[in-house]
Design a protein around this ligand. Structure first.
Ligand code: IPE
Ligand code: IPE
Ligand code: MG
Length: 249
């Protein structure tokens, strides 16, 4: 039986987030430059997106470039930004054919101008699609996002538009860059590293975590299906006991 056929279509996570890691090591293993790993990482993105669409995932959030990644060698940062622009331009038609709506989260204003413009254009041109939303986390970090949220709420409080006592979990979530998107039920990280690296700290409060040694360029549909199957084998108790969860079905 194919992996895909073993997935329960009624319990597919609505939102899957992925920390795409291991491009550099993948390239090193083949004796190539790191950028070759990033280029092959794009194929993994395409395949994973197709797989996600096939099984009905509604939101796929990919950590593509972190705030901390600005500290990499200049040549690698430039190559990544270049690759982003080229990929966006070459993929727009494919995204439209597959009903993919592109969205981006992060400090987008910090991206090079050409990159920022291309990103906005790709978002505009795919805005009418509704089969799946692809959220690219670019120049993103969770602490950056939380600082933005706190500043926005502080301004509203200062202007008297909200009272401090109005601030609750729901209001906080509505002021994060993921506002309106359900929290990810499943967070995947590739390459064997088992850390969060400043990704979606608020949103993953109750996510199931899945770590795989597979390096990102080797990830794809099958690996995604494996992760979803693993997720479906887990019991999500949200603080309750097993008996309560089972009784509720
Ligand atoms: C992930 O792969 C891609 C980005 C962070 C942009 P890495 O570039 O981190 O690959 P490794 O971890 O060095 O193998
Ligand atoms: C995390 O990967 C960021 C992205 C996948 C974009 P890194 O490879 O930069 O993470 P650390 O620094 O090793 O934790
Ligand atoms: Mg890495």
């Amino acid at each position: 039986m194919e992996l895909r056929d073993r997935i329960d279509p009624h319990r597919v996570p609505r939102h899957v987030a992925i920390i795409m890691d291991g491009n550099g090591r993948w390239a090193e293993k083949q004796g190539e430059m790191r950028v070759i790993g990033h280029m092959n990482g794009v194929n993994a993105v395409r395949e994973t997106l197709v797989g996600a669409t096939e099984i009905g995932i509604e939101h796929l959030t990919l950590y593509a470039f972190s705030t901390e990644n600005w500290n990499r060698p200049r040549s690698e940062v430039d190559a990544l930004m270049d690759l982003l622009v080229k990929t966006l331009l070459s993929e727009i038609d494919g995204l439209n054919e597959n009903g993919v709506k592109l969205n981006a989260i992060g400090d987008l204003a910090s991206l090079p101008e050409g990159c920022h413009d291309t990103l906005l254009e790709a978002m505009e041109r795919t805005a009418g699609n509704d089969r799946i939303t692809l959220n690219l986390a670019l120049s993103y970090s969770s602490r950056w996002e939380i600082v933005q949220m706190v500043q926005a709420l502080a301004v509203k409080a200062k202007e008297g538009r909200i009272a401090p006592a109005d601030i609750d979990a729901e209001m906080i979530a509505a002021h994060l860059s993921t506002a309106g998107i359900p929290d990810p039920e499943l967070l995947i990280r590739t390459s064997g590293e088992e850390r969060i690296s400043n990704f979606l700290l608020w949103q993953i409060a109750y996510s199931e975590l899945y770590f795989t040694p597979v390096l990102w360029p080797d990830f794809g549909k099958e690996e995604l299906f494996r992760a979803v199957l693993d997720y479906q084998g887990r019991e999500r108790r949200f603080g309750k006991i097993s008996e309560q969860v089972n009784r509720q079905g």
